[in-house]
Design a protein around this ligand. Structure first.
Ligand code: NAP
Length: 285
């Protein structure tokens, strides 16, 4: 079987340097919308308008971007190249039909979890150019990973624009098969929670071994974030880095003998990712 992920892109200086800011409309300026916004601003890619009724959203306005509470406040003459949809999935049905007016010329870039391309088409029109993407919360520190999937109606320049917007918050991979977004959601969309859980459990276990709570918290946080940085800095597989800190008969080996028991972490991780994948399919619409 050929690799279903067609390309993966890092943060390219050439794209970063590319000028020519296209008109962008951001719909939803909450946690993910504002995280993307700050990445875009770093690259001079701020949307012209952001629509969000939440009073807190007004604080994101600046000389480069106007925040409005509803689409009615966006001038009729405004013609965005991209409409970035970052509202909650449950708000899609109420929100998106009003944006169908942009379907002729804009690409819709949706980051809504579980909202399928078909579901979005039913709200903005079957011929709309749509990119469905699944980012994750490390986007807030430009360390996210996003998998994106485009409809046939998406032109090469539209795809390049979406790639540029998503690269501003981390690494981007494109998939041809939308069905992959369910396991992608399970691995990288939900994945930060698994890593945070690891930090929580290490902290609790440290306290159980008599380490004072403050120090336990420091050790758990710094071990998780430092190991992530080490992984990011090394081209080797995670397994190689693990082996490099595991002396035969040593303390790490004693711990890994517990964790790597087939019924322990290997089974738990398989079951967890499978449960999240199944849930993603159940929620799709
Ligand atoms: N957080 C994650 O880990 C993650 C990861 C991948 C993808 N996503 C997706 O990202 C999307 C946004 O998630 P989030 O965590 O950023 O949610 P959020 O913080 O609740 O942000 C959504 C924002 O949209 C606003 N909004 C509601 N109705 C609107 C409308 N009709 N027009 C414009 N804005 C409207 C909300 O305002 P009110 O608060 O007033 O309703 C809120 O400010 C979701 O679809 C989610 O599935 C999230």
């Amino acid at each position: 079987m050929s690799d279903p992920v067609t390309s993966a892109t890092g943060q390219s200086p050439s794209l970063q340097a590319a000028g020519n800011i296209p008109p962008i409309l951001l719909v939803g300026c909450g946690r993910m919308g504002s995280a993307m916004l700050s990445g875009w601003r770093e690259r001079g890619l701020a949307p012209s308008y952001a629509v969000d009724p939440a009073p807190a959203a007004a604080s994101f306005a600046g000389p480069d971007m106007t925040v409005v509470a509803s689409l009615a406040e966006v001038p009729d003459s405004f013609a965005p190249s991209a409409v970035v949809v970052a509202v909650k999935p449950q708000n899609a049905a109420d929100t998106l039909p009003a944006y169908a007016r942009y379907a002729g010329h804009a690409v819709f870039l949706s980051i809504m979890a579980g909202r399928t391309i078909g579901g979005i088409q039913s709200l903005v029109g079957g011929n709309a150019a749509i990119v469905r993407a699944m980012p994750n919360t490390p986007a807030a520190v430009r360390q996210g990973v996003t998998v994106a999937c485009a409809t046939a109606a998406v032109s090469d320049p539209q795809r390049a624009l979406c790639d540029r917007l998503l690269q501003a918050i981390g690494v981007v991979a494109w998939a041809d098969d939308e069905a992959l977004l369910d396991p992608v959601t399970a691995v990288s969309g939900s994945g930060p929670a698994y890593v945070f859980l690891l930090a929580e459990l290490m902290e609790q276990a440290a306290i159980a071994q008599g380490i004072p709570a403050d120090l336990a918290r420091l050790l758990a946080r710094q071990t998780v974030s430092g190991s992530g940085a080490l992984l990011a800095a090394n081209p080797e597989d995670a397994a190689e880095l693990r082996k490099a800190v595991t002396s035969p008969g040593g303390t790490t080996a004693a711990a890994l003998q517990v964790l790597m028991d087939p019924a322990a972490w290997p089974a738990s991780m398989q079951a967890a990712i499978e449960a999240a994948t199944v849930r993603s399919r159940e929620l799709a619409g």
